[in-house]
Write a protein that binds this ligand. Sequence first.
Ligand SMILES: [Mn+2]
Length: 459
Amino acid sequence: MNKRLLKKAKEIGEVLSKSKFVRCVSHNDADGLSAASIGCNSLIRENIPFHLSILENLNPDSVNEIIEEVNQRKNNAPENSSKGCADEETVVFFDMGSGQPSIIKKLEKTTVIIDHHPPLYKDEVADYHLNPHHFGVDGSSEISASGMSYIVAREMSRDNIDLAGQAIAGAIGDMQHRPFKGLNLEILNEGREKGYIEAKKGLKFYGTLKESLFESTEPYIKKISGNKIGVEKILDKISLNGESKYWELGEEKKRRLTNIIVLLLVEQGSDFNAISEIVGDICLLDKEVVSTASHLASLINACGKSKEYGLALSILLRKNRYLEDAEELQKDFKGSILKELKNLEEKIVDRKNIKYFVADNSSVKGSVAGISTSYLWPDKPMLGLVKKNNHINISARGNDSLIQRGLDLSSAMSESADKVGGRGGGHDIASGARIPSHALYEFIKAIDAKVGDQLGEEN
Ligand SMILES: [Mn+2]
């Protein structure tokens, strides 16, 4: 691993180990929740008390209360404790903070940022700032916040290497598994060497074939996903028993199943990169409450999207008794995605370089946008919109083929939102924005032009 990055991680591990209390703040997606869990698991193992808050995003409205709370404690602390002094309270932001210097500056306690988003500053704002971009590592494809949190945790104690599966689940949540590379791959290999992870190639199915096909959203198979009759027909056609599980099938049966799915995806016009990725690295996990990393990521994602953060953390703290609740939530979440996908075609507005739709369900708009640009209409990025009070929340998703042609949704979304008095950002392939409702037309015009510039003349 990168030596300078490791040194910084070690420094942060020491600050955390010496803290009397750690105030944690993290993001509500699968990566943010896993990053927080890795941090909290390692604090629990060192008997350090902590308090975790999960936020949808880091903006002044959501974080002010926490800043006040933290600074209040600072004012009540004995005189000789000062900012930068590691023996008192430490505030840690996971998966956020690198892009919000004005918020971080307000904190009067020792502040640690463990993030992987493109940073707007280096060391001058937070006391300790760990971001892969500062070490020449690409934070959008090679390492997630969970991975960064894992690197800190393993510097605190090698006993935390058993958390590698959670780092991998977080990376999957941020779509960094296609394939795993760089630091993610190093973490995966470390987990394998220690026997916590076993990597296999296969479809990402974990239930019975019947359930897996019916619920399949990655890939989304038009004739099968959410369609009981479609599932039965296909299973009949290739003579497979719907009650058997994918991992119990012999090689020939697995191949038959894969072939038919590939054929159906080609027929519906899915992105070729997305098709080639349906057989991927499946990470079997030894220590977690479910058996694969993609299953874990999917459960945590569903909990996060339903604002059941306590449930997500319980799963990541390996409390088996909460598994049924989380599975239930995930089923509902998948159901909402499938429902939205069913009616999507009628709702799409097709612009020159982008497509968009107004979603019924805010929590699934990003997933639906991602699925549609990968498996249904790969020629343009897809934006999912939901109106909330005087604002519109937008999730934008691209696919690998568009990225290869120059798409960068992070800059397209942030620049277009900026232009109309909103804010936005994220990653090249997946990004979000919040704009005033009245500015929708202007925003769409701006991002359509911006994406057109990025994709070049051929569009
Ligand atoms: Mn992340």
